[in-house]
Design a protein around this ligand. Structure first.
Ligand SMILES: Nc1ncnc2c1ncn2[C@@H]1O[C@H](COP(=O)(O)OP(=O)(O)OP(=O)(O)O)[C@@H](O)[C@H]1O
Ligand SMILES: [Mg+2]
Length: 277
């Protein structure tokens, strides 16, 4: 399996003045393989966005190394290359719109990478199809719903053909329908295009079908593994001030009360588990 992201003992502090430092992330080591769907969970201020910014060389570690596709982010001359491979979608869809017509908005980033006209047109059409927004091509992005705007933001990143897509709480401002629309697109990109995805979220439910889950607390990774492994580690979840997904919580409660039920990730699994009792 090809490693696309590798962090070795990475620490980063924010220096607000000569003697004032805030921990961003502390001693993080992790690897992500090509095509994996990774979910990063953590309470406010736990270091998730700092970690994301270390991945696209927006921040450079104080200690340790961040290696993207074999390139160390400390190699200043290759920062542009790294940024073109690591696409980021942020929380507020309105802050990511740059043009008043959707197709121009989507072309912008790729155009800045120097993509020539014919290829640009092809990429914009493809990206719009992937996010299911092709019908809106000539329209303005400003009147879209939050979920549609985030899909446009994803398309703008896709047109740059990144290898890694990072979504930093990109569903946080959306209603449940918008959130589902965006997650559907991201899952499809992962399963059909083999894109490596790092999804940063507060919503525990979004982690249940990930390949790997990391939980952060106070700048450190305090739990990692498959969703089941991570959510079975109740202590780490609660210490990180997070809640288990509802189905998981109920299955653990039933188990503690003596019922013979496996640890469940989804409501469907819970229903099945209860029916078998
Ligand atoms: N620009 C900055 N200057 C100083 N401190 C910062 C800065 N950005 C983040 N921090 C601090 O670094 C720590 C980690 O913040 P970070 O934004 O990475 O957390 P987060 O998990 O993304 O939080 P949230 O869920 O609120 O987005 C926090 O203590 C935060 O206050
Ligand atoms: Mg953040």
């Amino acid at each position: 399996m090809k490693k696309v992201i590798e962090l070795r003992n990475v620490s980063y502090d924010y220096k607000s003045s000569a003697d004032e430092r805030t921990t961003g992330v502390k001693n993080i080591s992790l690897t992500v393989n090509k095509g994996e769907f990774v979910v990063l969970l953590g309470h406010n201020g736990s270091g998730k966005s700092t970690l994301a910014k270390l991945l696209n060389a927006f921040l450079i570690p104080d200690q340790g190394d961040v290696i993207i596709n074999g390139i160390n982010t400390k190699e200043e001359k290759r920062v542009f290359e790294i940024r073109s491979k690591v696409g980021m979608v942020f929380q507020n869809p309105d802050n990511q719109m740059v043009a008043s017509i959707i197709e121009d908005d989507i072309a912008f980033g790729a155009e800045n990478l120097g993509v020539e006209r014919q290829e640009l047109i092809r990429r914009v059409d493809w990206a719009l199809q992937v996010v299911n927004m092709h019908a809106h091509k000539k329209r303005t992005p400003f009147k879209l719903s939050g979920g549609q705007k985030q899909r446009i933001a994803i398309a703008a990143i896709l047109a740059m053909l990144p290898e890694i897509l990072i979504l930093d709480e990109s569903t946080a401002m959306l209603d449940p329908k918008g959130r589902e629309e965006v997650l559907d697109v991201v899952r499809k990109l992962n399963s059909e295009q083999g894109m490596t995805v790092i999804l940063i979220t507060h919503y525990m439910e979004e982690a249940v079908d990930a390949d790997k889950v990391f939980i952060m607390n106070e700048g450190e990774i305090v739990a990692s593994g498959s969703p089941r492994e991570v959510f079975d580690n109740e202590k780490a979840v609660y210490e990180a001030k997070l809640e288990l997904p509802v189905a998981c919580k109920i299955s653990h409660m039933l188990k503690k009360d003596g019922f013979d039920i496996p640890s469940c990730l989804t409501v469907d699994e819970l229903v099945e588990g209860i029916c078998r009792l």
